[in-house]
Ligand binder design. Sequence first.
Ligand SMILES: C[S@@+](CC[C@H](N)C(=O)[O-])C[C@H]1O[C@@H](n2cnc3c(N)ncnc32)[C@H](O)[C@@H]1O
Length: 238
Amino acid sequence: MEKSNEIEDDDDGPNAFVEKEIEGVGRVLPDDGPFGRVLLPKATHAWELPLDVLPVPADWTTVYGRSAPLVVEIGCGGGRTIMSMATAHPEWNCMGIERCGEYYRMMRDRAERKQLPNFRCGRIDAAYLIKQYFTDASVQQYHIYFPDPWPKKKHLKRRLFNASFCTELKRTMEASGTFYFATDHKDYYSAILPLLREYFNVTEHPDPWEDAPKGRTNFEVKYMIAGRPIYRLYATQK
Ligand SMILES: C[S@@+](CC[C@H](N)C(=O)[O-])C[C@H]1O[C@@H](n2cnc3c(N)ncnc32)[C@H](O)[C@@H]1O
């Protein structure tokens, strides 16, 4: 993944990029809320979430064919990190959520090569998916790394983290669950730290992750090589 941290979405909305592709192969919901027009692509492979036919709330036991701890990476880019977790932990059900078509296609290629039975991915806005489909206390781990910081004032409302998103993370995380986060963007980190503390017990983790001293994700590896400071934390239920 060679792009900068600033991935420009089309100004027509975050889902504009898939509108053409989805015609005839999925469902488009009307624009009747904060998420704009929601696109629910049809799954074409076993490792894709069947978004167009997913019941509300989703039944992950049916989707994965078994009951297991659910580990979700949001904004997973090409899916390298979440698929590594799925490989290292066959006992977990792993899910990668990515809304950008370019990255999703990379994830699709990787998933097709790896054919991991405990991995599923979906091209959709993660905040929408979680709010609409996830039941209470259903996620064992959330991973969110280098979310787009949207530093321009007029774009601040596009940030993933806000009170509503934190409420949904908290609602859907198991009592023993953990949420892992990293960013290179100091202002974003400073802005969300007090917000997260309202919802979770937060532990700052400035050092590299023990299991991945060179970085857990493509962005982390790239920025560590470049010598940029990285701000990491994990959070548990209060
Ligand atoms: C800066 S990249 C980081 C990619 C990866 N996490 C890493 O650390 O290498 C941020 C990613 O989050 C995705 N993203 C941003 N907001 C999202 C959302 N609401 N739902 C799903 N994906 C999102 C973007 O499309 C992009 O691929």
